[in-house]
Design a protein around this ligand. Structure first.
Ligand code: PLP
Length: 471
C-alpha cells in the first residue's frame, strides 16, 4: 500500500528547505525504499508537514514526546547552554545542568537510587547498566568474577546495540545479528497475561509459575554465574504497553535476592512519568538495583537517557576502584542535560503526572468503549498514557494476523493520510504467533480531554475503515 510521499524517488528536501522534485534522497533511511513524510515543524501536539498539513501526534514518536512540541522554555534552556558551555569533557569537568539533573533524578527516588549517569540513548543506557552490573560483582568484596550471565525475557526490547540486543527478545531485530550477540544471555517468558496466562489461571498462580520459571533458569545456568535479571516494568515496543500482573515484580525480585543477583529495570520507554508515576517501579512495590531511563527524560528536545544505580551498587564501586570503566565522548552532554532539566521541571511544576493519570483513565475507558467489541481488536491494555491495542484475525481464538500482512504498519500508515492525519506507533507481530500486531497510543502528558476524545474517535474510524476494506 503506497500512502505517503515518496521522498526517495520523487521529491526530497533541499538544503534551503525547498522541495527538490527530481533528486533522490541521500539519507541512509531505516527503510531505503519506503516513503517518508517531510516534517517541517512540530507545534503543541501537531506535526506540520512541508505542504502545511497538520498531523495530530498521538504517540510522541515512540513515546518520546511528553510535553508537546515547540516549548520555548526548553528551547531557551538549550540555547542558553549552547552559549554558556555546549560541551563538557567528562574526564575533567562537570556542569551545573548535569549536577542539577542528576540530583533531581536521585531525589525523585527518595534516596533509593544514589547516583545518575547521563548518556545519549536508551541503548547506551542499557549497555552501561549491563557493564555496571558486571563491574559491581568484580569489585564486590569478596569478588564474584564468575558472574558473567544475564537473564532477560522473551518479547522484550532493550535497544539496538549488540549488548542490548543480546538481552532483548525482539526476534526480528535480533535475527540477522544473532551470531554476533553475546552468548551469556538467556530468556524466560514475559508476564503477558493476554497470551501467557492459562485459561482459568489466577494472577497468583500465573505469578508463581513465572517466578518458578525464572528460578529454574537460575538453576539451569548456575545461580552463582548470574549478574542480573533484566525486565521492562511495562513492556513497550516488543509487546505494546503490557504491564505485569500484580505481584509479578515482587516475585521476581525475591528470586534475584535469593541468588544474590541484581535486578535491572529498563524504564527507557515506560519511565519518566509515562505510566502515571515518575518511575514505573513505584507502582510495583519494588526498587531496582539499576534502572535505565530515556525517551521522556528529554521529551524529544535533545537525545538524552540515563542510568540510575542504588547505594548497594554505588558503594561497591566507590569502595573499590571508584571508577566505572565506561564512558562516551558525549556523556553528560550539557545541552541534553539542560533540555532534560527543563522538561522535568515543567512536568513537576505543571503537575503533569496527575494529568497523565486522569487522562489515562479517560483514554482507556473511551478506547474500550469504542473498540472493545471490534471483531479484530483482541486486547486493549496499558497504564497511564501508554496504551496498546492488539489486533487479531479471529477474536474467538485470539489468532494474530500473519506477520507478512503488516497490519499494524499499514494501519499506522493509513492514519497518516489526509483522511485521518493522526500519528500512532506500530508494533509488528512475531512469526511464531506469540505476539500480535499492535498500535501504541501515547500522547503528551498535557493532553486535554477534548484531544483524548478526538484521538479515540479518529483512531476508531481508522480501525473500522482499515478492516472494512478487506484485511
Ligand atoms: N529500552 C527500551 C524499553 C526501549 O523501548 C528502547 C527503545 O525503544 C530502548 C531501550 C533503546 O533506546 P534507544 O532507541 O534510545 O537506543
Amino acid at each position: 500500500m503506497v500512502l505517503l510521499t515518496r521522498v526517495d524517488s520523487g521529491s526530497s528536501i533541499g538544503v534551503n528547505g525547498n522541495m527538490r522534485a527530481e533528486t533522490k534522497s541521500a539519507v541512509f533511511h531505516r527503510h531505503l525504499n519506503r516513503d517518508f513524510l517531510p516534517l517541517a515543524k512540530s507545534e503543541g501536539n501537531y506535526l506540520i508537514l512541508e505542504d502545511g498539513r497538520e498531523v495530530f501526534d498521538a504517540s510522541g514518536g515512540a513515546a518520546v514526546g511528553c510535553i508537546g512540541w515547540g516549548n520555548k522554555q526548553v528551547a531557551g534552556a538549550i540555547m542558553k547552554q549552547v552559549l554558556d558551555a555546549p560541551y563538557c569533557a567528562s574526564i575533567y569537568y562537570t556542569t551545573r545542568v548535569q549536577e542539577e539533573l542528576c540530583r533531581a533524578l536521585v531525589d525523585s527516588t527518595s534516596g533509593k537510587m544514589a547516583r545518575a549517569y547521563i548518556v545519549n540513548s536508551g541503548s547506551e543506557a542499557m549497555e552501561a547498566a549491563l557493564k555496571l552490573a558486571r563491574q559491581y560483582f568484580v569489585e564486590l568484596k569478596p569478588s564474584q568474577p564468575q558472574r558473567t550471565r544475564f537473564i532477560a525475557r522473551n518479547q522484550s526490547y532493550h535497544g539496538t546495540t549488540l549488548g542490548a540486543l543480546a538481552i532483548g527478545g525482539h526476534q526480528y531485530r535480533r535475527s540477522n545479528f544473532e551470531p554476533l550477540l553475546m552468548k551469556n544471555a538467556s530468556k524466560v517468558s514475559p508476564c503477558f497475561a493476554f497470551r501467557g496466562k492459562f485459561p482459568g489461571e489466577t494472577d497468583e498462580d500465573y505469578v508463581n509459575r513465572l517466578a518458578k520459571e525464572l528460578d529454574d533458569e537460575f538453576q539451569r545456568v548456575g545461580p552463582e554465574t548470574v549478574c542480573a535479571f533484566v525486565a521492562e516494568p511495562v513492556v513497550g515496543a516488543a509487546l505494546g504497553c503490557v504491564p505485569a500482573v500484580p505481584g509479578y515484580f515482587k516475585a521476581v525480585r525475591a528470586v534475584c535476592q535469593k541468588y544474590g543477583a541484581l535486578l535491572i529495570l529498563d524504564e527507557v520507554m515506560c519511565g519518566m512519568g509515562r505510566t502515571g508515576t515518575l518511575h514505573a517501579w513505584e507502582q510495583e512495590g519494588v526498587v531496582p538495583d539499576i534502572q535505565t531511563i530515556g525517551k521522556a527524560l528529554g521529551g524529544g528536545y535533545q537525545p538524552v537517557a540515563g542510568v540510575l544505580a542504588n547505594p548497594r551498587v554505588i558503594n561497591v564501586i566507590r569502595d573499590g576502584t571508584s571508577a566505572f570503566v565506561h564512558g562516551h565522548t558525549y556523556q553528560g552532554q550539557p545541552t541534553s542535560c539542560a533540555a532534560a532539566l527543563e522538561v522535568q521541571r515543567i512536568i513537576r511544576e505543571e503537575g503533569l503526572l496527575s494529568n497523565v493519570r486522569e487522562m489515562g483513565t479517560l483514554l482507556s475507558e473511551l478506547l474500550k468503549t469504542r473498540l472493545g467489541d471490534h471483531p479484530n481488536v483482541g486486547d486493549i491494555r496499558g497504564r497511564g498514557l501508554f496504551w496498546g491495542i492488539e489486533f487479531v484475525a479471529d477474536k474467538q481464538n485470539l489468532t494474530p494476523f500473519p506477520v507478512d500482512a503488516h497490519v499494524a504498519m499499514e494501519i499506522s500508515e493509513l492514519g497518516l493520510t489526509e483522511e485521518y492525519s493522526i500519528s500512532v506507533y506500530p508494533g509488528a507481530g512475531s512469526a511464531d504467533g506469540i505476539r500480535g500486531d499492535h498500535i501504541i497510543i501515547a500522547p503528551a502528558y498535557n493532553v486535554t480531554s477534548k484531544e483524548i476524545e478526538m484521538i479515540v474517535a479518529t483512531f476508531g474510524r481508522l480501525v473500522d475503515d482499515f478492516f472494512a476494506n478487506g484485511k
